[in-house]
Design a protein around this ligand. Structure first.
Ligand SMILES: Nc1ncnc2c1ncn2[C@@H]1O[C@H](COP(=O)(O)OP(=O)(O)OP(=O)(O)O)[C@@H](O)[C@H]1O
Ligand SMILES: O=P(O)(O)OC[C@@]1(O)O[C@H](CO)[C@@H](O)[C@@H]1O
Length: 304
């Protein structure tokens, strides 16, 4: 079973406004609400691709109830831990450009921290855990590293999609996959990544630190996969960018699903890219039919 874990979920409140004027009343032309947070997005994409998963993490209040309700209606199993404060609302403002304001999120008690460790301890080597997104405001920066250590010791395959110190602290626990975008990768090494060559070079340095697979996602420039067997770049198909929120999560969902379905490295990269791009070309997350339509357009270039 694939498990996703979202420590700091959200409702994503999408607001389209033609021309925002700061300091004035602005009226939206369109609004929508989606359950959000990176792990939850992975679960939602997996469900759309026809695969089951169980969503773990913390949820609270009326906003948490909305997330539970939408996931239940989509048939997505969850084993969330209920917390006292409401789950945050993240504003995704669309004005021709995409502007995001993410909330802080609900605080977690020590007891709630332990409850999550108990749930993760119960996973087996046949399972797969996807840990994704930011940490709740009062949780210590090594929280992901403690979960990664637990997975490493119990041989539970895991993926971490996060950035900064939280990402740095898990690398030596040999995650199955890390997927920084080019900015997050640059931030780790204190450089600005401006070319495919630099993405490959720093991606290789990241791979040397322990992860079995590194995918450096490059937005409209595709992504690079680096592992012990291959270094390959995939382009993106043509399409109109409607929404990049969740594109990275869709790439992770597609790659994981293809990997657990025993597809080879290049097929898994291709499938991940198709999912990421199908989301970028939709208002919400990708649908399976759109993913399948894009697959033939994706070209893989083996770099070594
Ligand atoms: N403009 C675009 N056109 C086509 N595909 C895109 C575009 N932007 C993103 N994608 C697809 O989504 C994948 C992930 O995108 P990106 O590198 O922006 O990840 P990310 O920064 O983690 O995204 P996010 O945090 O917004 O989910 C890309 O590798 C690509 O397949
Ligand atoms: O604040 P975080 O946890 O870094 O990111 C949260 C978030 O921006 O990521 C998802 C898209 O990847 C959205 O659903 C959600 O609002």
């Amino acid at each position: 079973m694939i498990y996703t874990c979202t420590l700091n979920p959200s409702i994503d409140y999408i607001v389209e406004v033609e021309d925002v004027k700061l300091g004035s009343l602005n009226r939206a032309t369109k609004t929508a609400y989606y359950p959000g947070g990176k792990g939850i997005n992975v679960s939602r994409v997996l469900s759309r691709l026809g695969s089951s998963s169980t969503a773990l993490g913390y949820i609270g209040g009326f906003t948490g109830a909305f997330i539970r309700d939408v996931l239940a209606k989509s048939g997505i199993a969850n084993d969330f831990i209920e917390v006292n404060e409401p789950t945050r609302i993240n504003i995704k403002l669309k004005t021709g450009k995409e502007t995001e304001i993410n909330g802080l999120g609900a605080s977690i008690t020590k007891e709630e921290e332990s409850k999550l460790f108990e749930k993760i301890s119960a996973l087996s080597t046949e399972d797969f855990l996807v840990l994704a997104g930011s940490l709740p405001p009062n949780v210590s920066a090594d929280f992901y590293s403690l979960i990664a250590k637990l997975c490493f010791e119990k041989n539970i395959p895991f993926i971490v999609d996060t950035s900064g110190v939280a990402l740095e602290g898990i690398l030596h626990y040999e995650p199955f996959l890390v997927k920084p975008n080019e900015h997050e990768l640059g931030e780790l090494f204190g450089v600005a990544i401006t070319s495919l060559e630099e993405a490959v070079n720093y991606g290789k340095k990241l791979h040397e630190k322990g992860p079995k697979n590194v995918i450096v996602s490059l937005g409209s420039k595709g992504a690079v996969l680096i592992n012990d067997r291959v270094i390959a770049h995939a382009n993106v198909p043509k399409g109109e960018l409607k929404n990049s929120v969740g594109a990275g999560d869709s790439l992770v969902a597609g790659f994981v699903l293809a990997s657990v379905s025993k597809k080879n490295d290049l097929e898994a990269l291709k499938y991940g890219i198709a999912c990421g791009s199908a989301t970028a070309f939709s208002l919400d997350l990708c649908e399976k039919l759109d993913v399948e339509k894009l697959l033939p357009e994706i070209k893989i270039n083996i770099l070594s």
